[in-house]
Ligand binder design. Structure first.
Ligand code: SAM
Length: 228
């Protein structure tokens, strides 16, 4: 399967069954136990990133690009805290939901702009570029192009999260693929941390902060890379 096919499948998924599933997971309504675990894990990832940015005490001076923003779980609190946020996602449905949520929380806040756009077509310059839990949709051989592009948008900092390719997770994934449920309609790609760090370094970044969110069903390695 080529990359364009991969991307179309992901886009279609997040405009249909994936939208229903992830809107619920990233919401506060009733969900099953696995989904609740993923919801809590994802919230920890979002909270970690927000705590890093708040600790620097300069959020109101920052322009932030949230690439693959989903339903706005990160963009909305960042705009609420005073950052200027440009949020985009390949899925029209996810962006529609994000806009509705933003309207409820922020009203007509001019700090937050949304666009339906795949991240390869993003342009411009931002102090900080953030891309959370999107690399899972990219095979290893596409990760370098993706990170290279995100780094071209970033003046100072790139924050990226991914499911790390560890022995344990690889095994879990293998077991999972023996029992493909209806929700597993897209492929999930794990990434080796050394490879991701190598790509970031080749783009002129060094790792500043790092964290790992780990619950029963959710795993996300978060790296903050800053320009040397
Ligand atoms: N970053 C959000 C968060 O952490 O709340 C959403 C994470 S969700 C697992 C992955 C999101 O990435 C989906 O909303 C999907 O539509 C988006 N996505 C996947 N591939 C993309 C691409 N090539 N360009 C832009 N968005 C993409």
């Amino acid at each position: 399967m080529n990359a364009a096919d991969d991307k179309t499948i992901v886009q279609n998924y997040f405009n249909s069954t994936g939208f229903d599933r992830w809107r619920r997971i990233y919401g506060d309504g009733e969900v099953n136990k696995v989904q609740l675990d993923i919801r809590n894990g994802h919230q920890q990832t979002v909270d970690t990133v927000i705590s890093w940015l708040k600790a620097d005490d300069n959020l109101t001076d920052l322009s932030i690009c949230d690439a693959g923003c989903g339903v706005g779980s990160l963009s909305i609190p960042l705009a609420q805290a005073g950052a200027k946020v440009y949020a985009s996602d390949i899925s029209e449905k996810m962006v529609g939901e994000a806009k509705d949520r933003a309207q409820q929380v922020l009203g007509n806040n001019h700090n937050l702009t949304f666009a339906v756009q795949d991240l390869e077509s993003l342009s411009g310059k931002y102090h900080t570029v953030i891309c959370l839990d999107v690399l899972i949709h990219y095979p290893q051989e596409k990760a370098a192009d993706m990170i290279n592009h995100l780094s071209s948008l970033s003046e100072s900092r790139l924050i990226i999260s991914f499911a790390p390719k560890t022995l344990c997770l690889s095994l879990l994934k293998k077991i999972g693929s023996f029992f493909p449920g209806p929700s597993k309609t897209t492929r999930a790609y794990l990434h080796r941390e050394v490879e991701i760090v190598k790509i970031l370094e080749s783009c002129g970044f060094s790792i500043e902060r790092q964290a790992m969110t780990k619950t029963r069903f959710y795993f996300s390695r978060i790296l903050e890379a800053t320009r040397k």
